[in-house]
Design a protein around this ligand. Structure first.
Ligand SMILES: NC(=O)C1=CN([C@@H]2O[C@H](COP(=O)(O)OP(=O)(O)OC[C@H]3O[C@@H](n4cnc5c(N)ncnc54)[C@H](OP(=O)(O)O)[C@@H]3O)[C@@H](O)[C@H]2O)C=CC1
Ligand SMILES: CC(=O)[C@@H](O)[C@H](O)COP(=O)(O)O
Ligand SMILES: [Mn+2]
Length: 381
């Protein structure tokens, strides 16, 4: 029985994680959960799973939960998430919050020697060196939940890291894959949220449309698999059936395939190195699909991917700025303050004005993150 702390329980990954836990009550217990503001969903989960500890984003949300009749142990904010990520009774921490707000909990979980199942890719983008150094120091495995990185992890299983030559990340192309850059001028939030293959939270769905999601994933792969940027390729693959590939030194290529269903990588991160049945997931039927499509990824069509490669290659606080500027710009877009194409121009402006700091510590990263958000907000005026 593994006791799980689930951060971001009310979100897309969080809810799918509870689905996996529900299906395997002999293997997993939801010991603690954290969420932001969705009190209704949070209460449903509390009533079903009866966690020992609950964490919410703010005192205001805590009051709302008390008004809904919750009488158990409750903490708030980033400190609360840190508390349940490091709690001595917890075995596994699933980090499924959105954004760099998950960083201190990821670091705390590693330092407390927890098994870490990581969906929160932003923590690796903003501070990959801190996360990976801590994981090495504490001999903690970080099990990726992100579908591409889970695929790579599975392809590398039992292989020698030295013999892996190249990582090939697949990208669906996102909501606007069939539009030219000219056609992007008038797109709406609703259009952007219409992902062709996956049902996900709003921020990552917009990231898929700008291709920043793949940019963040390139940086995530760099850190997780210690792979130089020149050895990480991205190709467009419309069907999201091949979740990613690894080319080895002998030119043999391993791929991991499956229907697009996040419960598969979530469960794998919880059961690794074993596997459990996952009956409710649709079997992959390649005969029904018939044809898989592949296309070169254009850095001109998708400038956010170029910006991510450039920031990743410079390193240091450049990726902190990339991530914070993106989080802020996407938030402005989702709130109707800027257009879709302004997202990429705000990010580029923030990167251009930044003087990189190499090997920053946690405090510096947090400062740069805050300053970048304020800077990007000021661009609106
Ligand atoms: N969805 C997917 O299929 C995939 C997601 N990912 C990654 O997983 C992470 C989560 O994505 P997704 O589930 O789609 O996102 P959602 O927006 O659906 O969920 C985010 C979760 O984080 C919570 N949250 C947000 N801010 C705070 C905060 N300050 N304090 C506490 N909780 C907070 C939200 O709470 P509430 O809603 O209650 O406010 C919610 O539970 C992201 O990093 C994303 O890139 C990676 C691969 C696939
Ligand atoms: C499911 C998942 O892992 C997402 O990150 C997914 O990759 C989004 O799809 P694209 O970024 O390929 O559009
Ligand atoms: Mn992904």
């Amino acid at each position: 029985m593994k006791k799980i702390s689930l951060l971001g329980a009310t979100g897309s990954i969080g809810v799918q994680t509870t689905d996996v836990i529900r299906k395997h009550p002999q293997s997993f217990q939801l010991y603690a959960l954290a969420f932001g503001r969705n009190v209704e969903k949070g209460m449903q989960l509390i009533q079903e799973f009866q966690p020992a500890i609950v964490v919410v984003q703010s005192e205001q949300v805590k009051d709302a939960l008390l008004q809904h009749g919750y009488r158990g142990k409750i903490y708030t904010g980033i400190d609360g998430m840190y508390e349940i990520a490091t709690h001595p009774d917890v075995d596994v921490v699933v980090n499924a919050v959105m954004g760099s707000v998950g960083l201190s909990s990821t670091l705390g979980a590693i330092e407390a020697n927890k098994q870490v199942a990581l969906a929160n890719k932003e923590t690796l983008v903003t501070a990959g060196h801190l996360v990976m150094d801590a994981a090495k120091k504490h001999n903690v495995s970080i099990l990726p939940i992100d579908s591409e990185h889970s695929a790579i992890y599975q392809c590398l299983n039992g292989e020698s890291k030295k013999e892996a030559h190249k990582i090939i990340l697949t990208a669906s192309g996102g909501s606007f894959r069939d539009k030219s850059r000219e056609e992007l001028a008038g797109v709406t939030v609703e259009d952007a949220l219409n992902h062709p293959n996956w049902s996900m939270g709003a921020k990552i769905t917009v990231d898929s449309a700008t291709m920043m999601n793949k940019g963040l994933e390139v940086i995530e792969a760099h850190w997780l698999f210690d792979m130089p940027y020149d050895h990480i390729d991205v190709i467009q693959h419309r069907e999201s059936v091949i979740h990613s590939m690894v080319e080895f030194v002998d030119k043999s290529v391993m791929a991991q395939l499956g229907t697009p269903d996040m419960r598969v990588p979530i469960q794998y991160a919880l059961t690794y190195p074993k596997r459990l049945e996952l009956n409710q997931t649709k079997e992959l039927n390649l005969v029904d699909i018939g044809t898989l499509h592949f296309q070169e990824m254009s850095l001109e069509r998708f400038p956010c991917l170029r910006l991510a490669y450039e920031a990743g290659r410079i390193g240091g606080t450049m990726t902190t700025v990339l991530n914070a500027a993106n989080e802020q710009a996407v938030d402005l877009f989702l709130n109707g303050k800027i257009s879709f194409l302004t997202i990429e121009s705000f990010i580029e402006r923030a990167l251009e004005s930044h003087h990189v700091i190499h090997t920053p510590n946690l405090e510096t990263i947090q400062q740069v993150d805050e300053q970048t958000r304020a800077l990007v907000k000021s661009y609106v005026n």
